[in-house]
Design a protein around this ligand. Structure first.
Ligand code: PLP
Length: 471
């Protein structure tokens, strides 16, 4: 007799397909890191380390960063730009996705440069040993202090608005210059007027955006720069948004940005670089189907080559600055289940020991995630439960209607694709210490960020003398 039993899937469905060689898979198209595996004890392993054992050793919540996935994403970008572009190219890591010493050092070791958006991120990149000549400083409201630090460090400042240009010009007149020599190098960022389909909060390309110069002001901008002896304009920049699955907007961007470069050159500026930004999306759930890193790079390069040909322009140095698609898939966050609340006929909540303080994306952007039971990988997904965080907000829900095997207090859950905009957006809401992060590779583990302690939470608190005697 043929069994009519329903086939219920297990957490194994989330593992990378076993077909293609590991190094040929585009990390951003996977749900789990490339090294994800299930061992003989039915436990999830990342980088050869058992997730449940890592939690035993380091506690939870725990960010688990897979070095191989991060390095593979870097090398795929780097090699694809070499393959599809005959001119010079430089991939930058948009470090706002996850700025810390170890991540900056790994991407720099892979030959990437770094884009920073604050003096804090600049300091992190410099301390990680990144060469200033490969650091690009963004931001729509850089302070005078930040601009001075940028100029003195010798990094390239991306001028976003008149405030940047006027302050840089003043600093030049005051004799502020690079401590490592060379001119004050700048790029000009403008809004390209390209719409894409993504969350409103992460769109940046449309005309109504707080970032970059209005494209109609570029003549005035280039004329102003051409009159500033201290400023050396190396090129132009545009970024259209984040978590983008379409290739067309990047295809369209090539023409717009090559036109802007041509305009800069017409004002006598030594502009030879274009930066087409980042934005390639990643897979958070099975419904997400982003193009591969290679497909994105090939589209961008082909479009830039064609645009330069139309303008009869020699190939400029081509930069791009992905963040999410470099680091997003490389990390999994592990949590421990604590309390449960069963509302019969309505919903079952499983609460974990973190939430919106370590992953603010669901509450900020209504982002979807998947979750796995790290110790029960092949057990059928028979339960539908909602994974709640521990914070005092009803909206602190990490995953609604998650499919899991039967789980309860003490079970370890793993949420994939948490490398980008998780740690970097983490907070101490409810005075919850921020989690530790570990780097895993070939069964070895290194702490890259220490878990905060309760004492750390008080580091900046000061109790005025007059309150000290109170009991
Ligand atoms: C955020 C940002 C990026 C990176 O975007 P991703 O979607 O993470 O690739 C690149 N450039 C600029 C200017 C950005 O603001």
């Amino acid at each position: 007799m043929v069994s009519t039993q329903l086939i219920v899937e297990s957490g194994l469905r989330y593992l990378p397909e076993s077909g293609a060689a590991k190094e040929n898979r585009s990390p951003n198209q996977q749900l789990l890191p490339l090294t994800a595996n299930v061992n003989s004890r039915d436990r999830l392993e990342i980088g050869g380390c058992e997730v449940t054992a890592l939690v035993e050793q380091f506690g939870s919540p725990l960010y688990i960063l897979d070095e191989e996935t991060l390095r593979t994403a870097c090398s795929q970008y780097r090699d694809a730009f070499k393959r599809y572009y005959r001119g010079e190219s430089q991939v930058l890591y948009a470090s706002k996705a996850w700025s810390c010493l170890a991540v900056c050092a790994i991407v720099a070791d892979e030959g990437l440069g770094i884009d920073v958006v604050s003096a804090g991120e600049l300091h992190t990149a410099l301390q990680a040993g990144v060469s200033p000549g490969k650091i690009y400083f963004h931001g729509n409201n850089k302070s005078r202090e930040e601009l001075q630090l940028a100029v003195e460090s010798g990094c390239i400042t991306v001028a976003d608005n008149w405030h940047d240009l006027e302050t840089l010009s003043e600093l030049g007149k005051l004799g502020v210059s690079s401590k490592i020599g060379g001119p004050t190098r700048i790029m000009v960022r403008f809004t390209p007027g390209i719409e894409c389909h993504t969350h409103d909060y992460i769109k940046t390309g449309q005309i109504d955006s707080k970032f970059g110069f209005d494209p109609n002001s570029l003549n005035d901008v280039f004329k102003f720069i051409s009159e500033q002896p201290s400023l050396y304009c190396v090129g132009v920049h545009a970024h259209i948004g984040s978590q983008i699955f379409e290739l067309q907007p990047h295809d369209d961007l090539a023409d717009v940005i090559v036109d802007a470069l041509t305009k800069a050159i017409s004002y006598g500026l030594p502009a030879t670089e274009i930066n087409i930004g980042g934005g390639l999306g990643i897979r958070y759930t099975e419904a997400d189907d982003p193009p591969s890193i290679e497909a994105w790079a090939s589209t961008v390069c082909t479009a830039v080559v064609a645009a330069c040909k139309r303008q009869d322009l020699p190939l400029p140095k081509l930069l791009c600055e992905p963040g999410r698609s470099l680091v997003g898939t490389a990390c999994v966050t592990a949590y421990t289940v604590g309390s449960q609340k069963v509302i019969p006929g309505v919903r079952t909540y499983l609460a974990v020991d973190g939430g919106m303080s370590d992953n603010p994306r669901p509450i900020t952007y209504q982002s979807l995630y998947r979750v796995l039971a790290a110790g029960k990988m092949s057990v059928p997904l028979t339960e539908t439960v909602t994974i709640a965080g521990k914070h005092c907000e009803s909206g602190d829900i990490l995953i609604k209607d998650a499919k899991l095997p039967e789980c309860g207090t003490g079970d370890i859950l793993a949420v994939p694709a948490t490398g980008a905009y998780n740690y970097s957006m983490a907070s101490n809401y409810n005075r919850v210490p921020r989690p530790a992060a570990v780097l895993v590779r070939d069964g070895k583990v290194d702490t890259i960020i220490e878990r905060e302690t309760y004492q750390d939470l008080l580091r900046f608190d000061r109790l005025p003398e007059k309150l000290k005697t109170q009991k």
